[in-house]
Design a protein around this ligand. Structure first.
Ligand code: NAD
Length: 269
């Protein structure tokens, strides 16, 4: 894809799932890639460390540079230091992918303030702060910037039992549009991808159970869950110069989930 070679990218929450696939795909397109992970080396499980080291190996196998950068995106100090480290190591930061995300299930009337704040703190406030620091850097250096938010189909489909998650992704849609409008004339494009059900650790409770997975997939017009690589391909496109005239948009990558699958057959007569 046009315009990605030699660029420097930071992907939050890139130690697993969609974030890891984005890191590898951007490296394949010629970007140097900073992989943000949340837990300190001491906290991370051996398997997580091995997965991150393997991802770095794959990134470097593409002939580009990789950087592992620890930081909790719900902590402002971590974000400042993370962006600083990337700029100091790579020389600049051109592409930010706000991918880190969590979800917590509970009936809304029983949701604790702490859980609500934690989900919003990672998914929405964290994305805003990472974007703010990236924009500040791009403006101060006078170079263009690309921000891509990993949202969800739940930015538009309400999700009972996951109000904090739905609200965070709904806010992300507005974050995408507001920043896109505010910085369009200064060379910064802001877009989002909205995955549908995707095979990643966040969905561990159904991906290990064929019956549960079949139930999830029965709601998807294309009759299957998506892959992290399919999400990463769209991020690479939006980050590239092939998308040079696109800003403020959310691209739904959901096998048709947002087409109202229950209307496949007429039921209103
Ligand atoms: P995942 O659990 O593998 O990835 C989430 C990543 O975020 C993990 O690497 C985790 O360590 C990281 N993270 C969590 N809290 C963090 C913090 N405070 N600071 C830094 N990193 C943190 O699951 P995934 O499916 O790859 O999720 C990636 C993104 O995709 C999320 O934003 C999620 O909401 C979104 N998404 C996923 C699906 C899906 O079906 N898998 C659907 C729609 C949207």
């Amino acid at each position: 894809m046009k315009g990605l070679a030699g660029k420097n990218a930071l992907i939050t929450g890139a130690s697993s799932g969609i974030g890891q696939a984005i890191a590898i795909r951007l490296a394949q397109e010629g970007c140097n890639v900073a992989i943000n992970y949340r837990k300190s080396i001491e906290e991370a499980q051996d398997t997580e460390m091995m997965a991150m080291q393997a991802a770095c190996g794959q990134v470097e196998g593409c002939g580009v540079r990789s950087l592992l950068v620890q930081g909790d995106v719900s902590q402002e100090a971590d974000i400042l230091s993370m962006v600083n480290t990337v700029v100091e190591t790579f020389g600049s930061l051109d592409i930010l992918v706000n991918n880190a995300g969590i979800q917590k299930e509970s009936p809304s009337h029983e949701t604790s303030t702490q859980d609500f704040d934690q989900v919003l703190g990672v998914n929405l406030r964290g994305a805003f702060l990472c974007a703010r620091e990236t924009i500040k850097h791009c403006l101060s250096q006078g170079h263009p910037g690309i921000i891509i938010n990993v949202s969800s189909v739940h930015e538009s489909i309400p999700r009972p039992m996951y109000a904090s998650y739905s609200i965070s992704k709904g806010g992300m849609e507005n974050l995408t549009k507001t920043l896109a409008l505010e910085y369009a004339a200064r060379g910064i494009r802001v877009n989002a991808v909205a995955p549908g059900a995707t095979i990643t650790p966040i969905n561990q409770d159904w991906i290990d159970h064929p019956e549960k997975q079949a139930r999830v997939e029965s709601h998807i017009p294309m009759a299957r869950a998506g892959t992290p690589e399919e999400m990463a391909a769209s991020v690479a496109f939006l980050a590239s110069d092939d998308a040079s005239y696109i800003t403020g948009q959310t691209l739904f990558i959901d096998g048709g989930l947002t087409l109202y699958a229950d209307f496949r057959e007429a039921w209103s007569a």
